[in-house]
Ligand binder design. Sequence first.
Ligand SMILES: Cc1cc2nc3c(=O)[nH]c(=O)nc-3n(C[C@H](O)[C@H](O)[C@H](O)COP(=O)(O)OP(=O)(O)OC[C@H]3O[C@@H](n4cnc5c(N)ncnc54)[C@H](O)[C@@H]3O)c2cc1C
Length: 386
Amino acid sequence: MATDPAVREELVATVRRFVEKDVVPVASDLEHADEYPESIVATMRDLGLFGVTIPEEYDGLGLDLLTYCGVIEELSAGWMTLSGVLNTHVMCANLLKQSGTDAQKKALLPRLASGEIRGALSLSEPDAGSDTSALRCKATRDGDEYVVNGTKTWVTNGQRAGLVALAARTDEGITCFMVEKDPGAETFGGISVSKNIGKLGYKGIETVEMAWDGHRIPATCVLGGEAGLGRGQHFILSALEVGRINIAARAVGVGRAAFEAAIRYAQQRQTFGKPIAQHQAIQTKLADMGTQLQAARLLTQHAAERKDRGERCDVEAGMAKLFASEAAFEIATEAMRIHGGVGYTTELPVERYYRDAPLMIIGEGTNEIQRLVIARGLLSRYAIDD
Ligand SMILES: Cc1cc2nc3c(=O)[nH]c(=O)nc-3n(C[C@H](O)[C@H](O)[C@H](O)COP(=O)(O)OP(=O)(O)OC[C@H]3O[C@@H](n4cnc5c(N)ncnc54)[C@H](O)[C@@H]3O)c2cc1C
């Protein structure tokens, strides 16, 4: 059900104030130190952000995806990493909402909503990124348990997560398991964090490689129960629709921050006796950046509204993710150019926007893959009979 616009605006405005007061002043220092923002995440939990889209019957706020996009835009405009703390968590909650058994929903959703446990999504492997059907991590049935062996990579929030949505191969095909673990511990049973991956941007949040070495999990962890065996890839790929809308909203946040920094600076910086905003070459850049930003936001909102209405939105989510991520990258690059030399320094956050933006081109399915998804959807919508 669509959220009351007044409720949506109030939450988004609250998040905007929180970001201005508690995030913007410290984001650059935390990012350069690659430090996890403990106290900021604690406030996000207090604001109920870990349960934004979880239904009220499971103690969440029960708000729509459009509201969630507004929250993500605000967080990302302050520091893109904060949206990453939420994204895999929301994907886990969504997987449970869409495909979990009643018992799984009752046991896990309230704990996710409160932020008591946070979620990670573990699909990718060293040899299976775009090609998810190539994944090799194996779960072997042994009585009432499964024994998991394999290496997963690119697990964002992997170390701190208390719940991992794990894609592994069973006799029936790819199955999704909801695996609880000790958040914070480097090893838990047969699970260990084997590598912390260094990144260009998106710092302050861990993205790790995880080794599963004979780790035992109860058979009740299969998402959707016995009926979910072999259906994990389908479950996860349909949850990625929300993931892609999330990435688009993130890109809008980073693009907005870069655009606003550039248009402010262009009116302050003088060359040849006038503000650079009065040179036509700079005005052309600002016009293109503002147009790209607005188009990205509208595509994102359109995809979210379709999803909220329960309509199919694979094409729309793909278009929003594709356009918004490319736009954010271009806007961040132009913002740096408008700042001249100072844009290349660590004194201003423009260099961070430039390092954070490319992730949206790669994450949740690269833009090359996105184009394939969009084309497939368009060809099926516009199929001719003969
Ligand atoms: C910082 C970060 C965080 C991440 N977090 C997570 C996470 O939390 N959970 C998770 O499961 N994954 C995560 N990922 C993984 C991410 O989803 C993959 O990196 C992405 O899907 C691409 O896979 P790959 O890196 O193996 O690239 P590859 O699949 O090896 O692709 C390499 C290149 O080939 C192109 N390519 C591949 N196949 C085709 C094709 N058929 N046609 C045209 N071009 C093609 C790609 O677009 C790309 O340009 C994360 C990645 C990063 C960088």
